[in-house]
Design a protein around this ligand. Structure first.
Ligand code: AHZ
Length: 307
């Protein structure tokens, strides 16, 4: 910029003159580290506007979605992957209460990192391109984060899938369909930090997303877990919770996969939330059922759109 008068060296004027470092295909990432590393100039407000424009356009557009997936743990993400890939025409919106999506799938069990997946669910790892060690009846991914980061990156790269994290589903939209049946028709959302502070502030009303299909994948009971199962009870659509039974790997995994279904009109349940709904066993740190249940939930959603 030495040839530009100092008075004209505001970031925005520099940008208009195209004074930016070369970033074309021949750019060498190891260049300019000898005390001459330069960034393209920017006005601070451009950063704000770049985020606001995209985020609020996304919220505006996704206020009407085709499918909302509640919870981005291993079951919710597996559902998003299969549905997003199989039906690129559907607007799929993932709502995740935590800042970090992934639920319990950043670790295996007892804070150890390897992830165990019983066969035949290893086929899904192969499809994702996640490497593993074969131990006969099961396989082991060297770090659970390798599965979670891989599926997250693939899901988020899909043009039809968006995710709002740090956003909690606070309620379900339940209204009468044309047959007079109560039907889940969307979700009620709020920023998680707001949802956590309802007891400390005056009323902070939520927002809504309508969708003909909601997939709930909020995990077993916990601070936020089993959210939709519990709401079905308080809304009168389910008599009582089955409550998750003790650990039995051999019973638990097929029960979750085979039990994945539309539990109430418009609401498909997947993953460990089903153990609370149905009263099935927990399986502990073996993740094949979460993947297969997520895929089955995606198939259930497709059936609804095809029927
Ligand atoms: O933050 C939660 C997590 O990421 C999110 N979530 C829960 N309530 C929510 C709400 N709004 C938005 N109201 C919400 N998001 O849902 C995600 C659930 O992920 P998870 O990993 O807890 O559940 P999962 O069913 O995908 O996987 C369960 C993994 C387990 S638990 C278990 C055992 O305890 O035996 N075994 C396995 C394999």
């Amino acid at each position: 910029v030495a040839d530009i008068p100092e008075a004209e060296q505001s970031p925005i004027l520099l940008m208009k003159r195209n004074v930016i470092p070369a970033t074309n295909g021949t750019y060498d990432v190891s260049e300019n580290y000898e005390g001459d590393y330069r960034f393209a100039p920017i006005e601070e407000a451009q950063v704000s506007r770049a985020m606001i424009k995209r985020y609020f356009n996304m919220m505006y557009e996704r206020a009407i979605s085709d499918v909302v997936i509640v919870g981005a743990g291993s079951a919710g993400l597996s559902c998003a992957y299969h549905l997003g890939k199989s039906r690129p025409d559907l607007k799929i919106t993932i709502i995740e209460a935590n800042v970090a999506p992934g639920g319990g799938a950043w670790l295996g069990g007892q804070l150890m990192t390897p992830m165990v997946v019983r066969k035949p669910a290893d086929r899904f790892l192969t499809e994702l391109g996640v490497p593993f060690e074969d131990e006969g009846p099961f396989v082991v991914v060297k770090h659970a984060a390798l599965f979670t980061s891989t599926i997250l990156s693939k899901v988020l790269a899909m043009p039809n899938v968006v995710m709002m994290n740090a956003t909690a589903v606070e309620d379900l939209i339940i209204r009468e369909d044309f047959q007079g049946r109560q039907r889940v028709s969307g979700v009620v959302t709020n920023w998680t930090l707001v949802a956590l502070n309802h007891d400390t502030q005056s009323c902070m009303d939520p927002n809504v997303i309508t969708a003909p299909v909601v997939v709930t994948a909020t995990g077993h009971d916990g601070p936020m877990g089993a959210f939709s199962a519990k709401r079905l009870v308080s809304a009168g659509l389910l008599k009582e919770l089955g409550n998750m039974r003790g650990l039995d790997m051999n019973r638990a995994e097929p029960a979750i996969v085979n039990g994945t279904r539309e539990v109430a009109p418009g609401l498909i349940m997947t993953g460990m939330e089903l153990s609370e709904h149905d009263g099935s066993n927990r399986m502990g740190p073996t993740f094949g059922a979460m993947m297969a249940s997520g895929i089955k939930a995606a198939r259930e959603a497709m059936h609804i759109f095809e029927s």
